[in-house]
Design a protein around this ligand. Structure first.
Ligand SMILES: [Zn+2]
Ligand SMILES: [Zn+2]
Length: 247
């Protein structure tokens, strides 16, 4: 399993970057997690868009879905030209319904996330936990065939019950850290600070913590120190990960 960060900004992208978008390279192909603003542009630097075999959307906020329509335009071209044989499978939060309805297209096969299920996706086991955000939103756990574990918090406020167990044992925990003292980036509701991400990582006993969904006016080194004050393992920023091979 390999993690590739396409976008890590919360809310709005900065300096040619992108909001949330990640690739997990699995045994049977590439899984994309979230597809925010600028993600398609960033993807085009790395690989052909039609190499994406599966899309998971943690929730239907624009900073996680802004480029989904563009990816579907790409798949229209890919289907017409025989570059892919099937519409893109999409597993997504089903609310708010107005966004769900607007995103439907013939180029993709949409299915609502069922947190009670475990899914087999591209040779990996994938499961979900509903988290505490301002719209229905799901944390995502991916376990590959070598039992390497990746967990993505998606957007959530800090809470422990259920979440610590869900995150427990992750080799890499990609966790949102949107809130920062003095930041005017967002109002902060339904989000965490780097210190809270660190506390969660410590409680869950993860291998490495990667902070993401970063605020445009955050002091990233101060945020890393906040997380390190709570968690003794390695703390990275999604801005510096690029790609990551699980060992
Ligand atoms: Zn959100
Ligand atoms: Zn967000």
């Amino acid at each position: 399993m390999r993690l590739e960060v396409l976008g890590f900004w919360g809310g709005t992208p900065e300096r040619g970057g992108a909001t949330s978008g990640y690739l997990l390279h699995l045994d049977q192909g590439v899984l994309m997690l979230d597809c925010g603003s600028g993600v398609m542009s960033e993807l085009s630097r790395r690989m052909a868009f039609h190499k994406v075999r599966y899309l998971i959307l943690s929730h239907l906020h624009f900073d996680h879905i802004a480029d989904v329509g563009i990816l579907q335009y790409g798949f229209n071209r890919a289907l017409r030209n025989g570059w892919v044989a099937e519409p893109l499978p999409v597993l997504a939060a089903g609310e708010p319904r107005v966004f769900w309805d607007a995103l439907q297209s013939q180029e993709a096969h949409w299915e609502e996330i069922d947190a009670a299920r475990e899914y087999a996706i591209l040779g990996a086991k994938v499961s979900f936990l509903e988290v505490q955000h301002t719209v229905p939103c799901y944390a995502v756990k991916v376990v590959d065939r070598s039992e390497r574990v990746f967990v993505y918090s998606a957007d959530t406020a800090y809470f422990e019950e259920g979440l610590v167990d869900f995150v427990a044992g992750a080799d890499v925990f990609l966790c949102e850290a949107t809130n920062f003292e003095g930041s005017v980036h967002s109002v902060g509701r339904g989000h965490m600070s780097a210190g809270e991400a660190g506390r969660l990582a410590a409680a869950a006993g993860v291998g490495k913590l990667v902070l993401t969904h970063l605020p445009s006016d955050g002091n990233f080194e101060a945020m890393r120190q906040e997380a390190k004050a709570e968690f003794s393992g390695q703390v990275l920023l999604a801005s510096e990960v690029g790609w990551w091979k699980f060992r």
